[in-house]
Design a protein around this ligand. Structure first.
Ligand SMILES: [Zn+2]
Length: 489
């Protein structure tokens, strides 16, 4: 190591030069402090004006000034100063006042000039030290994360624009930013604290431009770049973050996690009365409970019943129960009757739409006639024909799902029952109005038909019906959940 004595060096030329330099632009002035008869400079003020990073070590009271090429060490109460491995003697000790370091101004300036760290002149009369502005204009990087992506901020000392900057991405995952007129303080930039999604950071100074390269953890979906007086800001939208969020949203929204089972009629409303003395409300409730138990036991899905005992529930209240429970599927179970023919038999599944055929309209009229039993006359207003049309429109969002489920129920019932498959139909059933989820109404058989009535009277037949509906729901769940996620990938 060498120790340089520079106290006796001539100061006159320095002062003379300073008069010229302070009038130029691109210079910075730091004030001089008089301490114990010496002229001192604040190390922190100097460092911050030059964008020089500092490191303070409390245990031995040292301050390191990180110049782009060399590190300079100041020690409290010490009359030596170290630049890399060269030690300089100072005319007076460095003073540390608990928050800042003060270094003898004239000698310090001389050392900075000698080491080519920056150009400094001292003007004792005006009590200031003049330094040329640092010749770099890019001096740090920071990374911040938001829910929908990341923000990379490149600190600059001037405003750049779109015309100065080119950004590119390569297959290896690097994002490169070329800044025309950029002078990068490579030590400070490379040592910037980075975090996900930036894994590595490189920079290269070229004659007319600076290049900053960022190795990214994820593929970038999209980016935006903006500029202000002190920064170039790159907003990155990362694919993985965005996609994961979308899938999570869709899953939460569309998981078939609650199924509402509506047993038709009940209490003072028996529904259809069978030729074999069987009541619709009893058949419907038994199948509803059998179906519910199958779902809960095998699918682990929550089941909500609109009624679990022989009780009267107004039609409007049934869909309200479904909506308020967060239901994702509404299944209404009924049994049919025909005034026209005792030979009519079989099972059919209905969708909510204005009725197409007279038969379908008649079935809906019959099922809707229960409204007359409802106590509150104000409720009657809910059941206008216009309401059916509006409800149909409101349900168009999940009509595709309702159609799929209805078709699948018919298919599964046809497999299990020897009765007649009457197909999927549509009519204005008031019980389906207002259901904010896919919904169907099943007429499991005709109580007006001897054979159907006899079958519906058997627990084994009602079990078969419940199992068929359950199988259809399982197929529906598989298709429905995967389709919705698939659409958003
Ligand atoms: Zn009914």
């Amino acid at each position: 190591m060498r120790i340089k004595q520079i106290i006796n060096m001539a100061l006159i030329p320095l002062v003379a030069v300073s008069i010229i330099l302070t009038q130029q632009s691109g210079t910075i002035q730091n004030r001089i402090y008089k301490i114990d008869g010496f002229n001192y400079l604040s190390a922190n003020e100097f460092a911050s004006s030059q964008h020089i990073r500092t490191e303070f070590y409390d245990h031995n009271q040292k301050l390191v000034l990180r110049f782009p090429k060399k590190k300079t060490v100041l020690s409290a109460d010490c009359s030596f100063l170290k630049v890399q491995d060269v030690i300089y003697q100072l005319p007076a000790p460095v003073i540390y006042d608990g928050s800042d370091f003060y270094v003898p101004a004239l000698t310090f300036s001389r050392i900075l000039n000698l080491e080519n760290l920056t150009e400094v002149t001292v003007d004792i009369n005006r009590e200031q030290v003049t330094t040329r502005s640092p010749d770099y204009n890019i001096y740090g990087v920071s990374v911040g994360n938001r829910t929908n992506g990341s923000i990379v901020t490149i600190q600059t000392s001037r405003k750049f624009s779109n015309d100065d900057v080119a950004i590119s991405f390569n297959q290896a995952g690097w994002m490169s930013l070329t800044v025309l007129g950029g002078k990068v303080d490579s030590i400070n930039v490379v040592e910037s604290k980075i975090q996900n999604p930036i894994r590595r950071l490189n920079c290269v100074q070229r004659d007319e431009s600076a290049q900053l390269s960022f190795l990214l953890q994820y593929a970038i979906d999209d980016y935006e770049i903006s500029f202000d007086d002190t920064a170039i800001v790159i907003s990155l939208r990362t694919d993985i973050v965005e996609t994961a969020r979308k899938i999570k949203d869709m899953r939460n929204k569309w998981m078939l996690d609650t199924i509402v089972i509506d047993a038709g009629h009940g209490g003072k409303d028996p529904g259809a009365i069978g030729v074999c003395n069987l009541q619709e409300k009893t058949v419907a409730l038994d199948i509803a409970k059998k179906l519910g138990r199958l779902i809960e036991k095998n699918m682990g899905t929550k089941v909500v019943y609109t009624r679990e005992e022989d009780r009267f529930i107004p039609l409007w209240k049934r869909t309200r129960i479904a909506n308020e429970s967060g239901g994702k599927l509404f299944i209404s179970i009924h049994a049919n009757t025909s005034a026209k023919s005792s030979r009519a038999r079989g099972f059919e599944t209905y969708l909510l739409r204005p009725g197409k055929t007279q038969d379908a309209i008649d079935v809906a009229k019959l099922e809707n006639s229960v409204i007359a039993l409802e106590d509150d006359p104000q409720d009657q207003a809910r059941y206008s024909d216009e309401n059916i049309i509006l409800a149909t429109m409101a349900q168009s969002a999940f009509m595709k799902e309702s159609e799929f489920l209805a078709a699948e129920i018919q298919k599964q019932l046809n497999k299990k029952l020897s009765s007649k498959n009457r197909g999927v139909k549509q009519a204005g059933f008031h019980v389906l109005v207002g259901a904010s989820m896919p919904n169907v109404l099943i007429e499991v058989g005709f109580l007006s038909n001897k054979r159907d009535c006899r079958e519906l009277g058997k627990a084994s037949s009602r079990n078969k019906i419940a199992q068929a509906i359950y199988s259809a729901i399982v197929i529906f769940k598989d298709k429905y959940e995967s389709t919705i996620i698939g659409e958003n990938q």
